[in-house]
Write a protein that binds this ligand. Structure first.
Ligand SMILES: Cc1ncc(COP(=O)(O)O)c(C=O)c1O
Length: 396
């Protein structure tokens, strides 16, 4: 049997049309399949591989930590230097009020932990979330996810959750003295890159403060420099009570985190003690990789180049079949008339060696969230392929 046949038979499938590429190695901006065909990576493992593939600093940090120790003890008991180092490095890059990190294995687990933290800290039970928001696939994260199609098959979901319209002033009235927390993506990714209006986000921040509700911003997909500043919320001049990170946080290794002030976070350590626990959360190898990735991101100057690269993409992506391009830094949604056309464009791009895909709640939009190291030349090549694919799709 081929690996592909074994994959279809023994590896659980999440759809009947997996991409099914068999990648044997990856370097910088490129993936290579078993026939050595090269793919220019426009999705970076979905906003994970910000420094591309095989960054020597990250690989070295993983090797070094693997040679010292792997798993020693469940989260929160031992002083593990990679965890401590990364927590310090991250909190140095955050506003002073976000000074305490809880490391998890994934984004969804960070969401779950934050949800529990908000209930425990406020003593309240209600949660406000937004339509077209994605926060993960576990039962709690699914309960706040903002799309009925994806949620409905898994009822009963958590009670006490309302889904409001993002950017809608009326949503703020649903936040009351009964609301434990509000979950919002700073930039809605899976909706096809939807940014909040500045005044609305400020009003949301104010409403949460007035009602004693925790504002939880999910930067699992949009954080880590992708929007042109290290954190997306920086561009709006507000600070959340809790910040959620994942994806690029581990430098390609599995890692998530919820971050809050120490006083808030302490509510997980008493009555009951061990209010949130995990065996592998904050694994030392993942933390070592993540710390190396963040150090490299800050040292190598990629963030300063993002605005220019975004503009280059925008200037090149002009075609009669493209209805809109929405972007926040190197997070772009290229909108076509229909999901069917987008599927054709994506298929043609992949056949031509450019890897891209669609968005969960915007299947008519092509996703561009490349590693931040993409060069101008690679942007030109990628756009030429997308435009050729759009020509082919337009010709039917
Ligand atoms: C905004 C956002 N939040 C949460 C998650 C869940 O992260 P994970 O897949 O690591 O559980 C994702 C994953 O795509 C995401 O994009």
């Amino acid at each position: 049997m081929t690996n592909r046949q074994l994959f279809m038979q023994h590896v659980a499938q999440t759809s009947d049309a997996p991409m099914g590429l068999e990648i044997v190695r990856a370097e910088g901006m490129y993936l290579y399949d078993a026939e050595d065909k090269q793919y220019l990576d426009l999705i970076g493992g979905i906003s994970v591989c910000n420094l591309g593939h095989g960054h020597p600093g990250i690989t070295e940090a993983i090797r070094d930590q693997a040679g010292r120790y792997l798993h020693l003890m469940v989260y929160g008991e031992f002083v593990q230097s990679p965890q401590v180092k990364y927590a310090r490095l991250l909190t140095e890059q955050l506003p002073a009020s976000l000074n305490c990190m809880y490391f998890t294995n994934s984004g969804a687990e960070a969401v779950e932990g934050a949800m529990k933290l908000a209930k425990r800290y406020t003593g309240r039970r209600e949660i406000v979330a937004f339509r077209d928001s994605y926060h993960g696939s576990t039962q709690g994260a699914l309960s706040i996810l903002g799309d009925e199609y994806w949620r409905n098959a898994y009822r009963p979901l958590l009670p006490g959750i309302s889904h409001e319209r993002y950017n809608d002033p009326a949503a703020l009235e649903r936040i009351t003295g009964q609301t434990a927390c509000v979950f919002a993506e700073t930039i809605q990714a899976e909706a096809g890159v939807i940014a909040p209006q500045r005044e609305w986000l400020h009003a949301l921040r104010r409403r949460c403060s007035e009602t004693g509700t925790l504002l939880i911003l999910d930067e699992i997909q949009c954080g880590f420099g992708r929007n042109g500043t290290l954190w997306a919320f920086e561009q709006y001049g507000i600070v959340p009570d809790v910040l959620l990170l994942g994806k690029a946080l581990g430098g390609g290794m599995p890692l998530g985190a919820f971050i809050a002030g120490r006083e808030i976070m302490q509510s997980l350590s008493a009555q009951p003690v061990l209010g949130h626990i995990t065996t592998f959360g904050g694994h030392p190898v993942c933390c070592a990789a993540g710390a190396a990735a963040l150090e490299a991101l800050l040292r190598e100057g990629w963030i300063a180049q993002i605005a220019g690269k975004e503009q280059l993409f925008r200037s090149l992506l002009a075609h009669p079949a493209i209805k809109a391009v929405r972007s926040r830094g190197l997070m772009l949604a290229v909108e076509f008339d229909s999901a069917e056309i987008n599927r054709q464009v994506i298929g043609s791009c992949i056949a031509q060696g450019v890897l891209t895909d669609w968005f969960l709640f915007a299947p008519q939009c092509l996703r561009i969230v490349p590693p931040l190291i993409i060069t101008e030349q690679q942007i030109r090549e990628a756009c030429a392929v997308i435009l050729r694919a759009a020509d082919e799709a337009a010709q039917g």
